[in-house]
Design a protein around this ligand. Structure first.
Ligand SMILES: *Cc1c(COP(=O)(O)O)cnc(C)c1O
Length: 230
């Protein structure tokens, strides 16, 4: 199942990219494996998928131990300040930096560990009260403050748009994130301004996210099937 799901998604990525004249190789699939057993990650790896997204630190630490060195993990959940140590040890990228204090704590920990880390700034593009992420109008200020933290490489922006019945309803949010990223890119806030990462799009709407410029899509259910309820 995981193999054929991945094949379907790879085809869809190519089709969506072609449709808007993008290079499919510029779009990376993050397989969201939260609540999946390590055996599912193994199965995905056998199908050529080595990049995973995890929401919970403990779970990710354990799976990283079980999957070995070839798997790479992005953190896509809400990061608590007291978890920066395991986070800095486990992830290749943290996609959900949304406040300065968290960035400071992570930078400090990375300096202790003697390494740098790629990060994304999470933007609350739909301005939802209950959601994490910096508000669009506060994004530039946060980037300005994070920029001097030398262990952090700000690669781009990430968002989780409001839930929608019709995936087309998310398009304006994806577009808004891209426009915001382009504005920040012009002002040179990113580590590599010729290659800015935009993490957006999930199982239901990743095709639309690609049309709007996503470079990282985070897909869980469409690969691994429905997650067990808590
Ligand atoms: C769970 C999750 C996803 C994947 O969602 P699916 O609908 O299962 O594809 C993507 N991004 C984040 C931040 C998530 O928490």
């Amino acid at each position: 199942m995981i193999l054929s799901n991945l094949q379907k998604i790879r085809l869809q990525i190519q089709e969506s990219a072609r449709k808007c004249g993008r290079d499919p190789a510029a779009i990376r699939l993050v397989a969201v494996s939260k609540k999946c057993p390590a055996s599912s990650l193994q199965e995905a790896m056998e199908a050529g998928q080595f990049l995973f997204g995890e929401n919970y630190i403990q779970e990710a630490v354990q799976k990283k131990g079980e999957t070995g060195d070839v798997a790479l993990f992005h953190f896509i959940g809400h990061l608590q300040s007291n978890k920066v140590r395991p986070a800095a040890q486990t992830f290749q990228m943290i996609e959900t930096i949304d406040r300065f204090k968290l960035a400071v704590g992570l930078d400090k920990e990375l300096k202790l560990q003697g390494r740098n880390m790629d990060i994304l700034v999470q933007v609350n593009i739909g301005r939802e009260a209950q959601k994490s992420g910096v508000l669009p109008e506060d994004t530039e200020k946060l980037l300005t403050r994070i920029l001097p933290l030398s262990s952090l490489r700000i690669r781009g922006l990430m968002t989780i748009p409001p839930l929608a019945q019709d995936p087309e309803q998310t398009r304006p949010h994806f577009r808004a994130l891209r426009l915001l990223a382009e504005e920040m890119q012009k002002k040179k806030y990113f580590f590599d301004n010729s290659h800015v990462e935009l993490s957006m799009g999930m199982s239901s709407d990743y095709a639309i996210a690609i049309e709007e410029g996503a470079t990282l899509i985070r897909v869980g259910t469409a690969i691994f099937g429905d997650r067990p309820e808590n």
